[in-house]
Design a protein around this ligand. Structure first.
Ligand code: ATP
Ligand code: MG
Length: 417
């Protein structure tokens, strides 16, 4: 037997309706905020991510699926959504379109990680990118969109953490102060953070290692270093979130993994799914578009991990109704009856009603069992009497009630039922 590759999963019909529920909530939330779907390729030239995601990140350093194609080009499966969208924005000259450009996406992502609960090698993200505005209201809107989505799917007990990591200028000052402090504690840092110290010291604030955590607790705080503009920007975001009634906590250790973030960064974190508690992460990335060769265009976005959302819904006992059940099931008792069922089913489907009948030549008991399994709402047994009489008894499975319905009025009856 051949198994799926490590860190990937089949999504079977018994679960796919839950995915559809989450994806529909994503689409609907995006619509409310005026965001339109964008789809970019599953793979890109590797440079898109080297320049877009940043060469010092974990993603680029260890997690990318990179290979040479048959033409000798370096290709990478997208590890996240933003860089490809930024590439598409530049390539298609979308800076000349109506700004801000508001995009959303639903996409598989690929990262070579150690698989565990909520951490896969192929996973899926819902995300948005708003490009073109420097204003703090678009930050607040982005956060509000994420919150609206989480509410819509029924996620509770998540904490919204926000922070500012400043702009290029003020962050430099902070990085120097942070590096000086961390250098004093160099020996106690984990191996990974020792390596990060010169490349991406901010990322150390985000380390899950207990020793590192102890050290970073006493580290200088970025909010003491950001410039007046950055500070005003954060205050405005906070004010707007207050107006929207969104609760948040300021957390100076939220820095996000990617190099391209500036100013506002945020995460929604859950206590209900263990170590992989971050369900949504995002922030402002004012330098990304120009880094990819476009005209200087600010942007902000977030990404939600769909698997983590589903895990969270499961762990908190949120029930998702399966909307894909068959409405009407016919149990025909012979060949002529089966032909009648075929005719009725076709008519129901033409009227937008899901319907099915026996295709296995099963006995009546087995047919009822099957109808139950597929969650049929109505079942009608067609025997020779029904064929002759032109009418059939329809059983409503929920309460067992039965109604005699003429074949010619079947769709009408179901539409009203
Ligand atoms: P983490 O700290 O958990 O590794 P990250 O900072 O790498 O997260 P992002 O790049 O911000 O994550 O991705 C956004 C979201 O995508 C995360 O909040 C998470 O919900 C989800 N995600 C990231 N990596 C994985 C993965 N390997 N498997 C499943 N979901 C993931
Ligand atoms: Mg990661």
């Amino acid at each position: 037997m051949i198994n799926v590759p490590k860190g990937t999963k089949d999504i079977l019909p018994q679960d796919s309706y839950k995915w559809q529920f989450v994806e529909n909530a994503a689409r609907e939330t995006a619509r409310l905020f005026g965001a339109a779907e964008i789809r970019t390729p599953t793979f890109e030239h590797t440079e898109v991510f080297l320049r877009g995601v940043g060469e010092t990140t974990d993603i680029v350093n260890k997690e990318m699926y990179t290979f040479l194609d048959k033409g000798g080009r370096s290709i990478t499966l997208k590890p996240e959504g933003t860089a490809g969208i930024a590439r598409a924005f530049v390539e298609n000259g979308l800076n000349n379109s109506a700004l801000p450009a508001k995009f959303f996406y639903l996409t598989p992502c690929f990262r070579y990680e150690r698989p565990q609960a909520g951490r896969l090698r192929e996973f899926h993200q819902f995300g948005v990118e708003f490009l073109g505005s420097r204003s703090a209201d678009i930050d607040a809107e982005t956060i509000l969109l994420a919150k609206t989505f989480l509410d819509k799917v029924g996620i509770k007990n998540v904490t919204l953490y926000i922070n500012s990591i400043g702009c290029k200028e003020c962050r430099k000052k902070y990085e120097d102060a942070l590096k000086a402090y961390l250098n004093e504690n160099y020996d106690s840092l984990c191996a990974l953070c020792k390596d990060r110290l010169n490349k991406n010291p901010l990322r150390i604030l985000d380390c899950k290692n207990d020793e590192c955590k102890k050290i970073t607790e006493k580290a200088p705080k970025i909010l003491d270093y950001i410039c007046e503009d950055c500070s005003n920007h954060l205050e405005k975001v906070k004010k707007l979130l207050d107006i929207a009634g969104v609760e948040y906590k300021i957390n100076p250790n939220i820095v996000r993994g990617l190099d391209y973030y500036t100013r506002t960064v945020f995460e929604f974190v859950s206590e209900n799914i263990g170590a992989q508690g971050t369900v949504c992460g995002g922030g402002r990335y004012d330098g990304l578009i120009s880094e990819l060769g476009g005209t200087d265009t600010p942007g902000i976005g977030f990404a939600v991990g769909i698997e983590r959302i589903l895990l969270l819904l499961e762990n908190t006992g949120v029930n998702i109704e399966n909307p894909n059940k068959v409405k009407v099931y016919f149990a025909p008792m012979g060949e002529k009856e089966s032909e009648k069922a075929f005719e009725l089913v076709s008519d129901l489907r033409a009227n937008g009603i899901s319907a099915d009948f026996d295709h296995m030549g099963r006995g009546i008991k087995a047919q009822f069992k099957y109808a139950d399994k597929i969650g049929a709402e109505f079942v009608a047994v067609i025997g020779s009497n029904e064929l002759m009489g032109g009418a059939v008894k329809v059983k409503k499975m929920a309460d067992g009630s039965e109604t005699m319905v003429k074949f010619t009025e079947f769709s009408e009856f179901i539409l009203k039922a």
